[in-house]
Design a protein around this ligand. Sequence first.
Ligand SMILES: [Zn+2]
Ligand SMILES: [Zn+2]
Length: 265
Amino acid sequence: MPYCTVCKQYVDYEYDIALTHGDYLHTSCLIKMQMRKDEIEVILRRQGSQLLSSLFVRTEITDEEIISEEKVENLSNELTKLKNTLISIYDFLPNWPPDWNERKLHLIQQNGSICLSCGEERNVYLIHDLPLCEGGTNELDNLELICKPCYEGMYGKGDIFGSFTLKASQSEFSEQVAEIQSAIENKQKIRFDYKKPNAKTWMTRVVVPDRLFNIPNNRDSGETLCVEGFCELRQDTRVFALERMQALEVISEHTELEKYVAIYQ
Ligand SMILES: [Zn+2]
Ligand SMILES: [Zn+2]
């Protein structure tokens, strides 16, 4: 049985995270670290603004509000360590990391807002060189800045830019499509119950959606509306037909937190 790389306790296959380089991680351990990082950042920010205001205004600061220099230093060290640990975890998350935008800004600071493909200075997007579904990681050397025309030239329209348009005959799916599109844009996961052809039972799936597209079907010479994404259950890229889904929802960080509280309280 695999164990968590952070706390060294056994992990639960269903709830926990399989990192792409083979390690495992408790969802709860990840959330605890993220919360601790936020907490320290708030304390240090508050400390900073208090010191600044005490230069101008004589304030009565009570004992609890003052943090000794030593404690500030300890907290700063803890914060640095946490950030480094989180970055090394995000490098191998099986989906888009929460610091995706920081990664993009880092590359822009390093190389400018230059498209890797055409070399033009343009509004660029961040993409994986080797996609996650083909074993790619979120490490900086697997990330590339690319402009919209070049991306569309390589991969066709309507992938990461949310420009998929629903056909009038598919209006019954408009609500689901809107939810999936917003999840794609915001790098959120979706959860739904899914019944495969010929299957008797519904299975709950959690998927990081990549794109929506139509697959021609022979049955009624129509098309089947599908979403492609990384399935956490199968740890691989899968295609799901919208007509076989029910109870679709976008998972916000808030619902993740609720799940965590429900399990660990
Ligand atoms: Zn753990
Ligand atoms: Zn370009």
